[in-house]
Design a protein around this ligand. Structure first.
Ligand code: 8Y4
Length: 329
């Protein structure tokens, strides 16, 4: 288990690399001076140049990953939009997706099943009926679409409707057909960590070392995917903030999220409006968690995250533009 320590940002990163005091983190723009290994703490310069903490990532899904990629969230669930019928839901979701595209989202993540603890399970045909018209409409307008699903049947029809990326919060463990269907489809994919099932995942989750265990689980899922015929270069990983984790676990995982670069894959982080923000602050409702979401998003970029999954695309893009200008100054 190797963790980058003493992560350096901004102009100092380039200076430290040029001086032979640090190595680029996952290809840059950050650097790291130290690495924690099972044997102790060592200089990063002791690592071989082809170590996965150092090697560049991407391209992934057509993105070169030289700048942060913004994935905007489009829910097609009745509780997120009108109380009207499926047609109203689809129309509202399409309008929302258009707005996120106009705000500059690189990817739209379209989901038709709530994975909130206690949410009623949705039959697969209902999930399909919700997402397909939204994918069709937004893909036809040029959006890059990811399908947020843990069901193989939904993956198949979503891709027929124009989806480009599979985002599975169960890392292809949620359906016995997912590994083979994803391999057959051959699209870029996000493998997210979850502990337990969505319904019960928040019932007293336990870890000895959450960052190490999430990393080991994701490593095993990468190997399962590769064994099923999925190309390694198509896989992005995600620690799954809030999915079978309490406040302390989420904070630990975000603080050390750079450790996941040992997996050698692009890193996606989803913190937007999540409950841990309220837990660290004043118990705010989801709509009042934007500032904390942006703080966590910029922190994630400072740990070398490549892709951010967010509700508030315009606000995040503004924050990222400022962060990036200061990185490359
Ligand atoms: C308010 C609104 C508060 C939404 C919490 C939430 C992730 C994900 C979700 C993630 C990836 C959510 C589908 C949870 N989170 N996919 N999906 N990574 N890859 N909750 O972190 O947004 S749904």
């Amino acid at each position: 288990m190797h963790r980058p320590l003493a992560i350096i940002s901004g102009p100092a990163a380039r200076t430290a690399i040029a001086a032979g005091c640090a190595r680029p983190l996952a290809g840059g723009p950050l650097a790291f001076a130290l690495v924690e290994t099972p044997a102790g703490i060592e200089p990063a310069t002791a690592l071989a140049g082809d170590h996965p903490l150092i090697t560049p990532r991407g391209p992934w899904a057509g993105f070169d990953l030289s700048r942060p990629v913004i994935m905007g969230i489009v829910n097609v669930t009745p509780d997120s939009f009108s109380d009207g019928g499926d047609h109203d839901n689809a129309e509202a979701a399409i309008a929302h997706g258009r707005r996120l595209m106009a705000e500059g989202a690189d990817i739209l993540d379209i989901g038709g099943e709530s994975t909130r603890p206690g949410a009623a399970p949705v039959p697969v045909d209902v999930e399909i009926a919700r997402v397909v018209p939204v994918i069709r409409a937004l893909a036809a307008e040029g959006a890059v679409i990811s399908i947020d699903t843990r069901h193989a049947a939904v993956m198949r029809v979503a891709v027929e409707a124009g989806a480009h990326i599979i985002n599975d919060v169960t890392a292809l463990t949620g359906d016995p057909d997912s590994l083979s269907v994803a391999a057959d489809l051959g699209l870029p994919l996000v493998l997210m960590h979850i502990k337990g099932e969505p319904q019960t995942m928040q019932d007293a989750p336990r870890y000895d070392d959450v960052t190490a265990e999430v990393g080991d689980w994701l490593a095993a899922r990468i190997e399962a995917a590769v064994a099923a015929g999925i190309a390694r270069a198509t896989i992005a990983v995600d620690p799954g903030i809030g999915f079978g984790k309490n406040l302390e676990h989420n904070v630990d995982l975000l603080a050390r999220t750079g450790a996941l670069h040992r997996l050698g894959c692009p890193l996606l982080i989803g913190v937007s409006r999540k409950r841990f923000i309220a837990g660290l602050s004043r118990g705010e409702a989801a709509r009042d968690r934007v500032a904390g979401s942006i703080a966590a998003a910029l922190h994630s970029l400072g740990q070398g995250a490549h892709i951010l999954r967010v509700h508030d695309v315009a606000a995040t893009m503004q924050a990222v533009a400022v962060w990036q200008a200061l990185q490359s100054a």
